[in-house]
Design a protein around this ligand. Structure first.
Ligand SMILES: Nc1ncnc2c1ncn2[C@@H]1O[C@H](COP(=O)(O)OP(=O)(O)O)[C@@H](O)[C@H]1O
Ligand SMILES: [Mg+2]
Length: 225
């Protein structure tokens, strides 16, 4: 299991002006290499919070996370940033592309901190061809449709072959046809890359395409149908 992810009794609380707000309670989750799972649940249930913890963007308040056998939160910030860059790809509901950079440059952004954007340029071109954007390399994000922007975000997430691909409502802003295309791509990329795919979604159509589903409700995670 050392290549997988293990969340053990993870809890998360925020301190707010009206006291402590418990968002996640006692979440235990084991994900093996090559698994693709969906997390569904109502708005405010804590889905993004859980994804942010799995993505090492914020630490839990209790419990532990291990990715590939390592607890990332024991790392100092620069090492944690390097770990995240090497290990995790993110696709958000909002694409978070850099507006002033071309499609090709955006896909290479995760390669900048490690100085490997030049060697990865041909992979970036290949990925953009795979997501159907070979003839959009020099476009700016504002010159693309919503579905196209999300396809760029998927190519960007895959550029470093992440062990863990996290997608937070990746089809939430898309029409049905674009959403289906984005779902196809996420699964294809996951199959090809190996690793682990975790998708937070309101779409039952997308959730049903994953191997397993979990329901997050009131901060508790349960296996779903
Ligand atoms: N930084 C924060 N400080 C205080 N409360 C927060 C913070 N981030 C999220 N929350 C609260 O945690 C709950 C879960 O949020 P979130 O994980 O975004 O839910 P979901 O993605 O399932 O809609 C919400 O009630 C939200 O208001
Ligand atoms: Mg959310």
């Amino acid at each position: 299991m050392t290549k997988g992810i293990e969340a053990n009794a993870v809890g998360k609380s925020y301190s707010t002006r009206s006291g402590s707000l418990c968002v996640l309670r006692d979440i235990t989750l084991t994900l093996a290499e090559k698994e693709a799972v969906a997390i569904i649940g109502p708005s405010g249930a804590g889905k993004s919070t859980l994804l942010n913890i799995l993505g090492t963007l914020e630490p839990p308040t209790s419990g532990t996370l291990r990715i590939g056998g390592q607890d990332p939160f024991t790392l100092a910030e620069p090492e944690l940033a390097a770990f995240r860059n090497r290990t995790i790809g993110f696709v958000f509901q909002e694409h978070h592309l850099l507006p002033q950079c071309s499609v090709l440059e955006n896909v290479l952004v995760p390669a900048l901190p490690t100085g490997d954007s030049v060697p990865l340029t041909s992979r970036a071109r290949d990925l953009l061809a795979r997501v159907g954007l070979a003839d959009r390399l020099d476009h700016l994000p504002s010159e693309l449709s919503g579905g196209e922007r999300q396809r760029v975000a998927i190519a960007r997430a895959m550029i470093k072959r992440p062990r863990l691909l996290l997608a937070d409502e990746p089809t939430g802003n898309l029409d049905r046809a674009s959403a289906d295309g984005v779902a196809d791509l996420l699964l294809e990329m996951h199959e090809e890359n190996g690793g682990i795919l975790v998708v937070v979604t309101h779409s039952m159509a997308l959730a049903q395409r994953m191997q397993r589903r979990y329901v997050l409700n009131d901060g508790r995670l349960m296996p779903g149908a």
